[in-house]
Design a protein around this ligand. Structure first.
Ligand code: GMT
Length: 380
């Protein structure tokens, strides 16, 4: 099949999933064209069957801002014609579902004999925060409804899409996935010593995100403060975004400056997750919580908010811990209980790995996207 995948290139779950899907589909013999504003994070080396096509949005007076949506639709028309696309798969509705919809309309009304089907995958904030904003909600709902196929990354996001946006389209749930061979615990004692120090009693806590308000990084610092008061511990931040500097400032004000290290965006996250004893994800909402799954695959137990798709990934008190987002004391208590009980820590770590292996490996999920493409293309 010839598949065009549209996604955001910057660090973020939807771009990671879309790029990994593109690589996996190309590996399974499909012709895949990735369309994005720049080379996606994690695109990696040359992959037979996988090509990248940048969207350029030049700025000329009197334009006040780059017209990304128009250029995207334009690029999708070109790529569809050149590679005879069967499917345009838009990841993150805003504005990718609109770009795909426009491209399909242009091709259909131009009399092209091949008009690709449009599939939109909703990831989270494209429904919960941005999509539900009254400034966007009507166009977002329209474009989702106009897609030939719609998927969400969790049951919870499917319910929220119907509730928040009154989407009428039939929605298929296809959860996120990872390459379970690559995502596994690979201990690196040197890295561990560099991050946690020489004292083996010091525990290493990690928070990995795009540092947006929805991640509640202030809550990460507060939970860490409570952990640090009871257990020798250090915290590493992986990623960057508007909340990073305030969080580092908060840590300094709490006298935790020396215990908190910010690593910025990192491409190789497996060694970092493997070095950690615990991951914190006290988000306000998560469509799925890919960061939690990545940690679990690396045998790093996760303490998270009981919100969105996270309860579908983490079973409380079995493969991690879930608490109401505002109950930071409960998160800290679970963290301390786990960090001071080695056998229990091992049990939860292995249960997390087991969840990844049983439910979320690429080998199990990618064929579900292939089947869905066939189903949608077949009903032409
Ligand atoms: O987490 C983010 O803010 C990034 C965002 C994105 O679109 O890149 O992530 C969303 O998609 C991920 C991949 O499906 C999900 O795992 C995240 O839960 C979801 N984030 C939110 O809903 C906040």
């Amino acid at each position: 099949m010839n598949i065009g995948i549209v996604c955001y290139a910057s660090v973020g779950g939807s771009g990671i999933v879309a790029t990994e899907l593109g690589r996996a589909l190309a590996g399974r013999g499909h012709q895949v064209r990735l369309v994005s504003s720049e080379l996606p994070f994690r695109f990696g080396d040359y992959h037979p069957g996988l090509g990248f096509h940048p969207v350029q949005a030049p700025l000329y007076p009197p334009l006040r801002e780059p017209q990304y949506l128009l250029s995207l639709a334009n690029k999708l028309v070109q790529v569809s014609r050149e590679f005879s696309l069967d499917v345009i798969h838009a990841h993150y509705a805003i504005p990718h579902a609109a770009g795909a919809y426009l491209a399909r309309q242009i091709l259909a009304t131009s009399g092209d004999d091949r008009v690709p089907k449009v599939i939109t995958t909703l990831h989270g904030t494209d429904v919960t925060l941005v999509g539900a904003d009254p400034s966007y909600s009507r166009t977002v709902t329209f474009c989702i409804d106009q897609s030939d196929g719609v998927t969400t990354v969790s049951e919870s996001l499917k319910a929220e899409t119907i509730r928040e946006l009154s989407v009428g389209a039939d929605i298929r749930v296809i959860p996120n996935f990872l390459d379970c061979d690559r995502y596994r615990r690979v201990p690196d004692p040197e890295l561990r010593a560099r991050l946690a120090g020489d004292d083996p009693a010091t525990k290493l806590v990690i928070h990995m995100s795009n540092f947006r308000p929805v991640k509640r990084v202030d809550a990460v610092v507060e939970v860490f403060r409570q952990i640090h008061a009871r257990v020798p511990a250090r915290l590493v931040f992986v990623g960057d975004g508007p909340e990073l500097a305030p969080a580092c400032e908060q840590a300094r004000e709490l006298g935790l400056g020396d215990a908190v290290e910010s690593l910025g965006e990192q491409e190789q996250i497996v060694p970092l997750l493997s070095a950690a004893d615990l991951a914190l994800l006290p988000s306000a909402t998560e469509g799925f919580g890919l960061a939690a799954l990545e940690a679990m695959a690396c045998e790093t137990p996760v303490i998270a908010s009981r919100v969105g798709g996270l309860p579908e990934v983490i079973e409380h008190d079995v493969s991690g811990y879930l608490h109401p987002p505002e109950d930071l004391a409960a998160m800290a208590d679970s963290a301390v209980a786990l960090l001071t009980d080695e056998p229990r820590h091992r049990e939860v770590a292995l249960a997390g790995r087991d969840v990844a292996l049983k439910k979320y490996c690429a080998d199990a999920i990618v064929p579900r996207y292939e089947d869905y493409y066939r189903e949608i293309v077949g009903v032409r």
